[in-house]
Design a protein around this ligand. Sequence first.
Ligand code: FAD
Length: 410
Amino acid sequence: MLNLEPPKKFRPLVGQAHQVAMNLLRPNSRRYDLLEHEYPKELDMLAAMVDGLSESGAAGGAGASGVRAESSEPAAGEPDRGSTTRNGSNLASVLSIMEMCWGDVGLLLSMPRQGLGNSAIAAVANDEQHKRFAGVWASMAITEPGTGSDSANISTTARLDGDDYVLNGEKIFVTAGDRSDAVVVWATLDKSLGRAAIKSFVVPKGTPGMTVERLERKLGIRASDTATIRFQDCRVPKENLLGSPDIDVKQGFAGAMATFDSTRPLVAAMAVGCARAALELTRALLEEAGVDIDYDRPTLTQSAAASTYLQMEADWEAAYLLTLQAAWMADNRKPNSLEASMAKAKAGRACNDITLRCVELAGSVGYSEHELLEKWARDSKILDIFEGTQQIQQLIVARRLLGKSSAELR
Ligand SMILES: Cc1cc2nc3c(=O)[nH]c(=O)nc-3n(C[C@H](O)[C@H](O)[C@H](O)COP(=O)(O)OP(=O)(O)OC[C@H]3O[C@@H](n4cnc5c(N)ncnc54)[C@H](O)[C@@H]3O)c2cc1C
């Protein structure tokens, strides 16, 4: 049987992440929501601290960049207890992200060197690339004006010319696309060869031919910049192609999709953290209003508010456990595509439902800007959209369970 309790060795990490969330992220949450597009300079200090912890090995994976393909190796000094007992940096990352997003999702997404592109590098880069791109803050650019959920359909091209790839195309909705040091860009080597020809390329900021065209104004996560980026005859050294340059039609999309197995549990963790913030505040508000929440009595015998609250907690717990499971499987090198999508689907939906119902339960207090409940409801929506929408996750789960290909079930 799986024991999904967070392991003891991660308690200090979770405690530290919580302190940061409480003392740095939460107090700046409203400020950077209102100051959309302004860089949260407080995060530089935090990033330096995370770098220090990473260098000392104490971070154990403190953000998105903590997820590494080699993470199932036992830590220095830790015995190799076999493949069923390892708790590595994937689990550490989701646990710390949950805490940080209890503080603020938009600020977590703005943490230097903790971008989703860093996870892409970690998931598919070779050893030389791991070293070369260490310490780089990388965003991830898949979405295009004509391509969202159908990411196999991207039109940005990469043409080999001498020792360089030449990129042409437009990417939209790139989280941290303006602030990051580099963008991991998905492009096709040959559109006629279909999804197998899609590769990812690290394009450093300032590369001629790469232009940030504009930033989006958004419903939520306003502390995070969301950029449109154009690539026009943009040359990158051929060594910046992540993974193998070979087009393996049999392997299809598997290489590129491996990134999602790492990043979906992270987004699920963001949802779990944001939902917990809403639950905790709602509970305090309900108690203040004299609502008694009793775990020993059937919900039907309690007030509607208490019963709703208990149902939300149960929903949250399911999302939490699925997220831990998906990360734990990655740590143990077990194929986790199904579980990563299940976690993302459940946590995204639960977070949307919970944050909005918390606004409802708290009434005018929930809807006003006096509390952060209305903000969490706005922030939560994106967690059910990016890295694959709710519907796409359900489609993937259905395909995996029924043994159908993407051509058979679309
Ligand atoms: C704030 C923000 C940040 C983002 N950050 C990034 C980023 O960093 N990098 C990046 O590459 N992208 C990013 N995105 C883009 C995001 O990943 C896409 O918006 C998402 O993949 C959905 O694509 P779409 O918007 O084109 O919607 P569409 O794919 O057009 O989908 C529209 C609706 O149709 C549904 N749908 C689509 N196909 C199916 C199907 N086969 N069956 C059933 N329903 C279906 C979808 O679930 C959705 O509800 C971001 C978006 C936002 C809003």
